[in-house]
Design a protein around this ligand. Sequence first.
Ligand SMILES: [Zn+2]
Length: 420
Amino acid sequence: MKLKFNINSNVVKSKNNLEIARKYHHYDNVESIHVTANEDVYHIDAVVSVFNHPQKCSLDIKDNQVISYECSCPFNDQDSMCGHLGAVILKLNELEINEFPFDYQSDKLQKIKEIEKENKRQRRKAQLRQMASMSTKLIDFNKSQYQTDLYLSINQEKYDLTPNVYLNRDEIVLEYKIGNEKKYVLKNITDFIERIQNQENYKYGKALEFVHSEKSFTDDALKQIDLMKKALIIRHHDMEEYPYYYEPIKRSITIDSRLFDEFYDANKEIFSLGEMECNLRLYIQKEDEYYIVRVTVVDPIYIGDKHGYCYGMNNGEFYMNRMTFDEEGNVCRFLSSILDNEGKLIILEEQYQDFYKYVLLPILSYFEVFDETQNDIPTYDEIKIYGDNFIRNLMKLSVYLEKRCIEFRYEKICRYKRHN
Ligand SMILES: [Zn+2]
């Protein structure tokens, strides 16, 4: 048995509401219909969804006549049913009902779900595309690396850096030009080092454009590049410590004591920098229970990390001379602390032996010593160490205190530095 309703649409008395009902019907806004039968009365519960707002409504039908209706919307009243109910009636007339309870579900929901599913698929696709961009970047990077290497192996030309040095008050300032025949001023050293690290192509002017890489510079230029890198590290450190005082290095590097050694090594030949004799005097005096150690320098010197320097301008030419000290920096450490302290150190009598042994003894050969204390400080002259060649690279070391052997052992020779 099939049931088909045939309810006259003029049951919606308001023309306006009927018009709205037709629109709801046309746009498939009736979401669901549930029909139950009680003898000859059919009860209908429906949901009509407009702009995502679901509205519940219900009606009772007997012999294709509406005997009661209910909807809580403001357009439903005693005089006329609302558009919601009208749409339900129009839909109801289309349905073929074969059993009770009967359920109708709009396939619009299904369509929305499909649209959502499709959107989700598109989003996933976009997400994958986004994720794949990482590997695209890798490919691009390696590709450009490959091209750079190829370019560098074809283009054998190596470029030079020409330093220019001048004094600003008593500070050494260093600037550069880049290029071989035609030279250009290096306007930003920070950017320049970054270009090398990123292997960037850069054009300085009509006559100079090349891919920056350590391979594209002469050995002399590489020394300057190392100096620049150390200067950048020091500046970076200073900027973190004193952010209001320092700014990034641009055109010029100020050479302070932390850069003296590197500056000298990189520029020794270019500016024919010289050597100088150690002209340091060390005086040791005793006063009551204190020892006083004083240092005097004949010429004023600047102390680097490892070596001492004097520099200045002479007839418009920059000069710098190095006083070579020990590679461990012991002399410089001692000189820095004593010169910062008005050229003298006071040592307690009971600490003097240790001071002599650990501080003075390793550096004494760099000074002309005037010891006025006449003290019996052990100079360790009586300790002698003998080394004998033994099997292959093993050496027998014997330690003699005065004439008595107090210790010997075998050591691998390669662990010892040669001392002349
Ligand atoms: Zn309504």
